[in-house]
Design a protein around this ligand. Structure first.
Ligand SMILES: O=CC(=O)O
Length: 310
């Protein structure tokens, strides 16, 4: 018997129980006991979300892997009690959701949709938007999500520049890396999209100095992580017009406190961390595949590099 502990916040159990059971059956994993509670020393795998009650992994002495339900692992990767392998979520449903959110919000600004929504006043103004090929977009982060969004925007003919920590080579995308690369990536970005993991190196990356490198009037989309941006610097950049609009899906504190100036700022659209979510059916297949691999002694998919932090 392989014991799988489901350790995400409780309402998720309803959403995940039957997709997980179906995925285990489909993967030929017939001998699984899936439950919300076990004695820690009996657990073989933990299906985990960082808002779980488990913060001390020490008692999970026979646990073979912690399988994160989220793409981001920043709140668990530094946990010193976690000595077991940690896998992040790469879920087809989450990726597709992110592509839709990013292209939708990029097109909102590219086509100036707000202008038309706000000018239903009888004035016939012939404002023709430029073509996508005339609107350079930069994506910071060329992981699973950043690359998928970069390709989708390239399909729409936006000229896309991607920046990441390590060098990448992706057809149709100008790939930059390193400090010089970041300057170039920012200075060409009429629309800037943040899809970096949150690590010690990426925290506060978008500070006043880097926001000043953007073309005046650039638009920012952040479906990545809140602390990538220095909030006060962004507000100053919005006030001066350096940044024309910021559509933010993630924040330093979530839910975003009602008194946070982002709520009332006319240049900000607040989304409640919905840019994309792990989808139970597709995520269950990834969990099942990883348990199958673990049981067969094969390497796990999407294993987190603890040093790198993602
Ligand atoms: O923010 C969502 C995730 O990390 O999957």
């Amino acid at each position: 018997m392989t014991n799988v502990l489901f350790a995400a916040i409780s309402p998720k159990w309803k959403e995940y129980e039957s997709p997980l059971r179906d995925a285990f059956a489909k993967a030929g994993l017939d001998d699984i006991d899936l439950r919300k509670d076990f004695a820690p020393e009996e657990v073989d795998y933990i299906v985990y979300a960082p808002n779980s009650e488990i913060q001390d992994f020490t008692p999970f002495t026979r646990c073979k892997a912690v399988l994160n339900l989220w793409a981001g692992v920043e709140s668990v990767v530094g946990n010193d009690t976690l000595t077991q392998p940690l896998c992040r979520m790469v879920d087809h449903g989450l990726t597709r959701g992110m592509i839709e959110w990013v292209t939708g919000h990029a097109l909102r600004h590219h086509l100036d949709i707000d202008y038309f929504l706000n000018h239903q006043d009888g004035t016939w103004e012939h404002r023709v938007p430029p073509l996508a090929r005339e609107r350079p977009v930069t994506i910071l982060g060329l992981g699973e999500l950043g690359t998928a969004c970069a390709k989708a925007l390239t399909d729409l003919e936006f000229p896309v520049t991607g920046w990441s920590r390590s060098p990448h080579d992706i057809e149709g995308i100008t790939c930059l890396h390193g400090a010089d690369g970041l300057e170039t990536a920012l200075s060409g970005a009429q629309i800037l999209i943040l899809l970096l993991p949150l690590t010690a190196e990426t925290e506060d990356l978008l500070d006043a100095e880097r926001l000043a490198l953007l073309p005046h009037g650039a638009v920012l989309l952040n479906p990545g992580r809140g602390p990538l941006i220095v909030d006060e610097a962004l507000i100053a950049a919005l006030d001066s017009g350096q940044v024309a609009h910021a559509t933010l899906d993630v924040f330093r504190a979530e839910p975003l406190p009602v008194e946070h100036p982002f709520w009332a700022h006319p240049g900000v659209t607040v989304c409640p961390h919905i840019a994309s979510a792990t989808r139970a059916i597709t995520a269950a297949e990834v969990i099942a595949e990883n348990i199958k691999r673990g049981e067969a002694g094969q390497p796990f998919l999407y294993l987190v590099d603890r040093e790198r932090g993602y």
